[in-house]
Design a protein around this ligand. Structure first.
Ligand SMILES: *[C@@H]1O[C@H](CO)[C@@H](O)[C@H](O)[C@H]1NC(C)=O
Length: 439
């Protein structure tokens, strides 16, 4: 038994996190994003929260522990925060008045007038978790309107929008004059629609009137609208689990599917599209300039606006977790190498549940290995027990990449999160929606 414990301890030394504050290679190597699908009018159920949860649990492959010993932990406390199980209330008060932070300890009474009580809970997302297992193309039947496709085009019958010559959805926008890709992008009336759009309530404008749509790993779905309706797009985002921003734009689409159709160069239609994202949307992420379809029909984009509510959204507290706290005004990370148990990057939308599941799985692994009970002899501090985690969206060169989680054996207040990654080699990294929770 004893030897098994020491084997476990040796294994965890090997698994200790690297000195680098974040695993930038993992972020950099995230799979390329797949944005809104073509040929369909909408897409939903893109993010499978249940499957993501499972993958978060699977991220734990070995026992892990913070390097700090109990003795070292006590000296760390003098310099940083306080014991996780005993935190003087007066310290909360003093710290929150000086820096707005929300100091707390596991067993201390919750202060009534510090940071986490002023978090705008009204904007917390309350939609149930997405449970769909495959992306749903919600509108594949062809429009019933006739006369879209010239009668001379063959084949003349079709079942869905992917079939050759099939009319494409939906085309509620004005067609540019001249009806060419260049004419579309130059059309000042389309630019005017985007420029004059009113910001929706609860969202901040992040860019206006670009000629490209957003593409990122945080894609959650899209709809085709009947008008450039920013407010309804915002209202829809509010109902989608994890949605914190959207991109509304006009797209020049083919009136029918010219691929394998005897009429390979369709007229154009203009679609108002709204895509939903589990992160902020930035001009840097607006990289989809369209594409060429079939024999040369050019899909292009104009009047692309971005709106985000990341700064005013509190993530839903995962089961078994408490005290959502914004870290370093939301844009900084906890970097405490001596008490850090582990870290992991999950490409996709910002989903704090991933961090909670990852933390729980790490604790379960440590308990099962026996290392947990070894440390229980140390009063009040267990370097193999995660009781605090920091989850955030990490962006590379301005583009949202995924949820990054860091696990700690000690709890910290929000103001102790001071690390901002910045330049790493030739790439720039930034943090958004940085939150900590106690377990
Ligand atoms: C969110 O807050 C950060 C930090 O204050 C700021 O730089 C950023 O522009 C804000 N984003 C939005 C969308 O308001």
């Amino acid at each position: 038994m004893r030897s098994a414990i020491f084997l476990g301890a040796a294994a965890l030394v090997a698994a200790s996190p690297a000195p680098q504050a974040l695993d930038f290679a993992a972020v950099h190597n995230a799979p390329a994003p797949t944005g809104p699908a073509t040929n369909v009018a909408s897409q939903a159920g893109v993010y499978n929260a249940a499957a993501a949860s499972t993958s978060a649990t699977a991220a734990v492959t070995a026992v892990a522990s913070a390097p700090a010993t109990a003795a070292e932990k006590r000296s760390l406390d003098k310099r940083t925060f306080c014991w996780w199980f005993w935190c003087p209330v007066q310290q909360n008060t003093a710290q929150s008045s000086s820096n707005g932070g929300s100091g707390y300890g596991q067993n201390s009474p919750q202060p009534t007038n510090t940071g986490y009580n002023t978090v705008p809970m009204s904007t917390a997302m309350s939609a149930p978790a997405t449970t769909a297992t495959t992306p749903v193309a919600a509108s594949s039947p062809v429009p019933t309107s006739t006369g879209i496709v010239p009668s001379t085009c063959t084949p003349i019958s079709w079942t869905n929008t992917f079939d050759p010559c099939a009319p494409q959805p939906d085309g509620y926008g004005p067609v540019a004059k001249p009806d060419t890709a260049a004419g579309f992008v130059a059309d000042t009336s389309l630019h005017a629609i985007a420029k004059s759009a009113k910001d929706p309530q609860g969202y901040a404008s992040t860019f206006k009137d670009l000629t490209a749509a957003v593409n990122a790993n945080t894609y959650l779905g899209f709809d085709t609208l009947k008008s450039y309706d920013v407010a309804s797009c915002a209202a829809k985002c509010d109902t989608i689990n994890l949605c914190t921003s959207f991109n509304i734009y006009m797209e020049r689409d083919p009136a029918w599917n010219g691929e394998q159709c005897s009429c390979p160069m369709p007229n154009s239609i203009t679609n108002y599209k709204c895509s939903y994202w589990g992160s902020g949307v930035t001009p840097e992420a607006a990289t989809n300039n369209g594409q060429t379809r079939g024999d040369g029909f050019q899909v292009v984009i104009t009047g692309s606006n971005g709106y985000s509510k990341t700064n005013t959204t509190t993530p839903v507290t995962p089961p078994g977790c408490t005290k959502p706290t914004k870290c370093g005004a939301g844009g900084a990370v906890h970097d405490h190498p001596r008490t850090c148990i582990g870290q992991h990057f999950f490409p996709g939308p910002f989903d704090i549940s991933l961090c909670a599941n990852y933390a729980k799985a790490q604790n379960a692994k440590n308990v099962a290995s026996g290392i947990w009970s070894k440390w229980l002899s140390f009063v009040g501090y267990n370097p193999s027990k995660c009781n605090f985690f920091n989850g955030f969206m990490i962006k590379e060169n301005g583009v949202a990449k995924g949820t990054y989680c860091k696990l700690f054996a000690q709890q910290y207040e929000g103001s102790a999160a001071t690390y901002q990654p910045g330049w790493q080699g030739s790439a720039h990294y930034e943090v958004e929606s940085s939150w900590s929770f106690c377990m």
